[in-house]
Design a protein around this ligand. Structure first.
Ligand SMILES: [Zn+2]
Ligand SMILES: [Zn+2]
Length: 278
């Protein structure tokens, strides 16, 4: 067990109580959401939960493919959408997220990889969030620091997340008299599922599947992982080889909703310079 949680800097290998309490609460409320839905089933609330799940997932893919890897260019409107719904996913500001992820690509499977699967499934999936970890060094995201919108989101990340991820769905639920359902199902259960979809990119996408592009790292290609991660974790071996490609599934039919989203936006001029490696 010790081996799974070992990090090079022992002084940072301490429980992150704020994250432990917050994530426990979200999961507990998510379970309450399942129970609530069985007694107070409401189609509008379920549909809102699905919509918010997709919006948050697209926000995080904006963090990933646009901000971290610059796989395409997009308008300010799209950037604001990513920053709002990325914050609503409560996975840190985009500056912290991108810094961690650039370290993940630069130091895959080493102790500098924040969620390296070399320290076990638990560490790569959620364990790394529950520990203090090294302080984030922003030197690898200087390009993002200069962006005024990114700097604003970094400063106000928590209030933005609360307004977009909690207040907004609760107000919408109020419209059809299901304020409690909106809170428990859209905000809490939706966020719980969202967490595990993202976490699975760091865990399952490094454990299940094939390695046709890079054999010497843990990242793998798997259609199953693609489905449970909303497209983000599919073709992950290829993604580690060509992180600048805006797609994770290279065939037009490969399950990759963020790719379809970005491609469709390019048809109305909101995204452009979509980078592909054939
Ligand atoms: Zn990876
Ligand atoms: Zn990446």
């Amino acid at each position: 067990m010790k081996n799974e949680t070992a990090v090079v800097d022992e002084k940072y290998d301490k429980p992150n109580w704020m994250n432990i309490v917050f994530l426990s609460l979200v999961h507990l409320l998510g379970v309450c959401g399942v129970v609530y839905a069985t007694f107070h089933f409401s189609w509008p609330t379920i549909i809102l939960a699905v919509i918010f799940f997709c919006l948050r997932a697209l926000g995080v893919t904006g963090y990933h493919r646009y901000y971290t890897h610059r796989a395409y260019e997009c308008s300010r409107v799209v950037q604001i959408f990513y920053l709002l719904f990325g914050a609503a996913s409560f996975q840190n500001s985009v500056m912290k997220w991108a810094s961690d992820h650039r370290n993940h690509h630069g130091f895959t499977d080493t102790d500098q990889d924040p969620y390296g699967v070399n320290r076990g499934f638990w560490n790569s999936h959620i364990g790394w969030v529950l520990r203090v970890g090294r302080p984030i060094d922003f030197s690898n995201v200087r390009d993002l620091e200069r962006d005024a919108l990114v700097a604003f989101q970094h400063r106000w990340y928590v209030p933005i997340g609360l307004v977009v991820g909690v207040v907004l769905p609760v107000l919408l639920g109020f419209l059809w008299g299901d304020l409690v359902g909106a809170f428990l199902i859209v905000s809490a259960l939706g966020l719980t599922l969202q967490y595990h979809a993202t976490f699975s990119v760091n865990s399952f996408a490094h454990l299940i599947g094939t390695r046709p592009y890079l054999q010497n790292i843990s990242a793998r290609n798997s259609w199953l992982v693609s489905v449970i991660t909303f497209g983000e974790g599919g073709g992950h071996n290829r993604h580690h080889r060509y992180p600048g490609d805006y797609r994770t599934g290279i065939r037009w039919w490969s399950f990759d909703p963020p790719k379809w989203f970005v491609w469709n936006l390019s048809k109305i001029g909101l995204t452009w310079d979509l980078r592909v490696v054939s």
